[in-house]
Design a protein around this ligand. Structure first.
Ligand SMILES: Cc1ncc(COP(=O)(O)O)c(C=O)c1O
Length: 258
């Protein structure tokens, strides 16, 4: 039995089926954009930690920073024993985040947590319940973010019922004939037929639809929903878990939309 097959047998016996797996190739080591499996085969890594590795595997500056940090301390829980590097990173992100006013940062562990917290903050700030999301969107695998996700198979089937007050509108796709005008009208229809705008806390959008087909939102659409949010006091949330952090050429994808 090969090393990969032996590890796969152990995985099936020991790891929950919930941690799904695409390729029975077990990694031994990785560097930059390449990885080597336990049998010594070399691969170009097109997965990149599912898109998380913006600077590739084991960049020397990242390794040095992690080592230096671990030599000082590993974990304290910032809420009880705070430290400077959290504040320093928040300050750097705030400087780069052009939101038309002073920015603040909350660091979280996963994308789903970030989206959930954006919903909680929007609801607490506006004292409203409604959330508007878009067809084809992916927002995570927790119950709330699954409810917000606009694709049933493979993410949502068998997992309902989901939390309520989530309303869906179409995402523009110029290549397939779904125009900006059609989508802005559809949002007005949601306001007429599903939830009044004064009850909407947030519109949550991926400025570049990821799992839904890598479709950038046209600038006029982003400007249109910005206007709607301003008119009705709705918080505009950009889910950049996939398209942010430099992946579109700017730090934040929303910078492309002015
Ligand atoms: C746009 C978007 N939002 C949210 C998430 C959820 O992130 P996580 O898997 O870190 O919870 C993802 C994950 O791919 C994503 O692409």
């Amino acid at each position: 039995m090969s090393l990969n097959t032996a590890l796969d047998e152990r995985r099936k016996a020991a790891v929950s089926a919930g941690a799904s797996m695409s390729f029975p190739i077990y990694v031994d080591r990785a560097q930059n954009a390449e990885l080597w499996d336990v049998e010594g085969r070399r691969y170009i890594d097109f997965i990149g930690g599912m898109g998380a590795l913006a600077v590739g595997h084991s960049h020397p500056e990242v390794v040095a920073a992690v080592q230096a940090q671990l030599n000082r301390f590993s974990h304290t829980f910032f809420g009880s024993a705070p430290y400077e590097s959290y504040i320093q990173l928040a300050e750097r992100l705030n400087e780069r985040c052009k939101v038309g006013g002073p920015a603040k940062t909350l660091l979280l562990t996963t994308g789903a947590e970030a989206v959930e917290n954006a919903v909680k903050i929007s609801r607490a700030y506006t004292k409203r319940r409604g959330i508007i999301v878009f067809g084809g969107a992916f927002h995570g695998r927790t119950l709330l973010t699954m409810a917000m996700t606009g694709k049933v198979n493979p993410y949502k089937q068998s997992f309902g019922p989901f939390p309520g007050s989530i309303h869906r509108a179409p995402y523009p796709d110029l290549y397939r004939g779904v125009s900006v005008e059609h989508c802005l009208t559809a949002l007005e229809t949601v306001f007429e037929t599903e939830i009044e705008p004064s009850a909407v806390a947030a519109i949550v959008i991926e400025p570049l639809l990821g799992e839904g087909g890598y479709i950038p939102a046209p600038v006029e659409f982003m400007a249109g929903i910005r206007r709607l949010c301003d008119r009705h006091g709705i918080v505009l949330v950009a889910d950049e878990v996939q398209c942010g952090m430099g992946r579109t050429g700017r730090l934040f994808a929303i910078e492309h939309t002015g």
